[in-house]
Design a protein around this ligand. Structure first.
Ligand SMILES: NC(=O)c1ccc[n+]([C@@H]2O[C@H](COP(=O)([O-])OP(=O)(O)OC[C@H]3O[C@@H](n4cnc5c(N)ncnc54)[C@H](OP(=O)(O)O)[C@@H]3O)[C@@H](O)[C@H]2O)c1
Length: 290
């Protein structure tokens, strides 16, 4: 009787586990495509490498077409998969629309990875508003628009994975616009998965911590002191991607790769979180000094 009530409650709360797991196209011979934004370097490139190895056709999106073409040629040579390159600046509404149209025209899109993103240092009031608005466009507008474009096809085919690349910065206030956009992606992904509980679509908000990519290489991070971050806190993009794809086999929406990152986020959830936030704020100021 008690068990029956629990089962009914689970159904009511739509808490049933999604049964979908990542399918290797080589295993069942059915062509599948993955579209990855921000595939010209870092985590996006690592996703492209792993999914090409698994036999997925790819659509690679970013601004640097030369980098995408080089990667596409290499992966085609290595694995023989079909790879298309689509240059787009996701800070521009018309360019987001171009990618959305591509998604709608792709008949077998199985995986969408909204990974494109960037950061910059500096106090909110002292930095150019255009940079904050571009970040909102790349992190939020593009991700929401592309999920919206991909979902009808995925629902019709009863198969699909939406991965929105967020950050552990979603769990504490570091950079205001960066943290807020990543918090949006977590909340959006969780609510979307709840809405899709009865479907076969899996949604993930991937929250990496410090990852060795080009993220901190640009002029915007020239005053950032990377050496103050302990080497144990850094992961490689390949490690991040491996944990993300593995987590798709579970029902968890929020995926925090790396034990250290999970411990770090757990600290922000404890009763002394307010003190921890103060330490983070102080740390941010120190990191910003040479
Ligand atoms: N590295 C970290 O420590 C870290 C930690 C937490 C979360 N993340 C998140 O991980 C994701 C990937 O970053 P990453 O670490 O791999 O950094 P990355 O090596 O700098 O890669 C960022 C990618 O985003 C693309 N991109 C940036 N702005 C774009 C725009 N306006 N339009 C289209 N594409 C754009 C870049 O391509 P183009 O320049 O060619 O356009 C590049 O392919 C981001 O969402 C980031 O917020 C990174």
């Amino acid at each position: 009787m008690f068990l029956l009530r629990v089962l009914k409650l689970r159904k009511l709360l739509k808490l049933r586990k999604p049964k979908q797991t990542l399918i290797n196209p080589k295993a069942d011979g059915k062509p599948r495509t993955a579209l990855i934004t921000g595939a010209s370097s870092g985590i996006g490139e690592a996703f492209a490498r792993q999914l090409a190895l698994e036999g997925y056709a790819l659509i690679l999106v970013a601004r640097r077409q030369d980098r995408l073409t080089k990667l596409a040629d290499e992966l085609h040579q290595l694995y023989g998969v079909q790879i298309q390159v689509l240059a787009a600046d996701l800070a521009q509404a018309t360019e987001i629309e171009k990618v959305a149209q591509k998604i709608k025209q792709t008949e077998n899109l199985s995986i969408l990875i909204n990974n494109a993103g960037f950061g910059f240092m500096g106090e909110f009031a002292e930095t150019d508003l255009a940079k904050h608005l571009a970040m909102i466009s790349v992190h939020i507008t593009a991700s929401v628009s592309l999920c919206h474009a991909a979902l009808p096809g995925m629902l019709a085919r009863k198969e699909g994975f939406l991965i929105n690349v967020s950050s552990i910065a979603a769990f504490f206030p570091s950079h205001p616009t960066y943290s807020a956009t990543k918090m949006f992606l977590n909340s959006f992904s969780e609510a979307l998965q709840t809405e899709l509980t009865d479907s076969k679509i899996r949604v993930q908000a991937l929250c990496p911590g410090f990852t060795r990519t080009e993220f901190h290489d640009g002029p915007d991070f020239k005053d950032w002191n990377r050496s103050l971050i302990p080497s144990k806190m850094w992961m490689t993009p390949t490690e991040v991607v491996r944990e993300s794809l593995k987590a798709l086999e579970t029902s968890q929406v929020i995926c925090i790769p790396g034990t250290k990152n999970r411990q770090f986020v757990a600290l922000t959830r404890l009763p002394f979180a307010a003190t921890f936030q103060k330490i983070v704020r102080k740390g941010r100021k120190v990191l910003n000094q040479r």
